[in-house]
Structure formats: structure tokens, C-alpha cells
Write a protein that binds this ligand. Sequence first.
Ligand SMILES: [Zn+2]
Length: 293
Amino acid sequence: MPELPEVETIRIGLKSLIVGKTISKVNLINPTSFVNSQMEIDQFLIGSKVIDVQRRAKVLLIKLNNQHILMTHLKMTGQLVFDSLDSHFGAGHPNDSLIGQLPDKSTRVYLTFNDHSKLYFNDQRKFGWIKLYPIDQIDQIPFMNKLGPEPLAKDFTWQKLKERLLIRPKSYIKPVLIDQSIVAGIGNIYADETLWMARVNPNTRVNQLTDTNIKQIFESLRSVLMLSLEKGGSTDRNYVNAQGQKGSYLDFANVYGRQGMPCLRCGKPIIKIKLAGRGTHYCRYCQKIVRQK
Ligand SMILES: [Zn+2]
């Protein structure tokens, strides 16, 4: 699943492509991927103009000029492809759609804009979705109002992180970091990278972390996410950005996917374990389990 940097990379690309365009037609191929009624589509989508593309956690919010928002979750295999006479840009999971004719068998819905350009939502495994919401209802959607704060927000501080982590005091830090209700947008890759950089063992319980540990986790998390944004996200599942370039973050990863290879800090081998059901990479020599006295 794309994490914060991948979805943010898609957001930036899409924003540059679709803001200012008016939706003139909606082709609904798989109704479960787009659950709104035809009446809602006719009334609120057709004729509306895209005024912004925003992101919350791993969800894209395409803001329209009529107080409505098109929410999109790409999940595992979702892909957004923009196609016009002079440009063909894909973002998300790769399949032949990025180079082939659209719509294809993975296309679930597509929008046609007033200049005849199109935005395709493709999703092989159909876990992703698009849904139209009135803007004032967004905060009431259970999925949205359960989300923790954005880790890159200006008002997110180490104290705020501490407060969030302590909601699950007895849990191991790794599963808490990827819990979307604690902090939004962090998945497996960035949690492993953050804990390596912070020298914290993923098997440490939250209530054992010192303030110094939490400050290190906070600083590490921000720098890991910022680096990934700069590199256009990770190539783990071959996400490509709106310009068709793959993100290169994993070339800079210190621990994720490096099991058996020497730790870049101490030279001892990185190990991979299962922790709360997720593959977890770390160095057991320089990431110590913290036990407060
Ligand atoms: Zn090490």
C-alpha cells in the first residue's frame, strides 16, 4: 500500500494536471469502486470544477468548486492515470495501463474533462475506491475522524507524538507507529527506517521509551519522510509519479529490505522478524531495547 510520501507524490503530480478542469462525463465500469448514485453523479460531479488536490493520511481529496470532495483510496493496486492529447501520466501501482490503451480491464471508473482529457481509476484487485462527499461531512466519516495527526504538520511536535504513542502504552513501538489512528500515513517501510535512525529496537514497549528516545523517533520520522518525499517515494511496489518516474527512496533506505546485509552503522547483519504480523527489519546490536529503571 502506498504510504504518506507515495500518496503525497501522487497528489503533487495530479494537482499540476487537473486543477482548473471541469468534469463533463463520468463512465462507471465497476459500481463497487464508486458507490455514489447516478443522481449524485449527475447532480454534483458533472459540471463541477477541480479546485485543489489535497491529502489526508493515505487518502487523496480532489476538491470541487461545489462544496464536494472526491475521496480516493488507492489501497494495494489502485492507479490514477491522466491522459490528454499531449500528456499521458500515471501514478500508483504499475500495470499495462501506464503504457497501453485505456480504458482496460482494470479500469473501474473514468472521468472526462471539458478539454477531452481523462482521468482513469484502475484497480486490479478492487480494494481501492472513489467516493463523492459533501465537504462538511468529511470530518464525520468514521474512517477519517479516527485518523491520528499528520506527522509532517507544522504543529506536530515530539510532545504530541509522545501523547499519541502513550494511547497504547504496553504495545511495542513498531505496531503503534503504523497504527493510523495514532499517527497518520506511516506504513512498514518508514516505521522500520525511523526506528533504525532513532536507534530504538522495534520490540521496545511504548511505556519504556524515554523522552530522549521519543525525541529521536520524532526527528527520525520527519527526516525519513522528508527524504522520501524528495526522492518521489519508494520503489518497493514500483509506484511512479505523475511524470512517469519511479520513486528512488529505497536506494537510500538504511534497513528496510536489507536483511542479512551489514548494518550501515555498526556492520553487524540486519535481521528481519515478524512483529505483530508485519515483516520488521532492524539491527539488534545498535537498536537497543529500552528498559527504564
Ligand atoms: Zn547496527
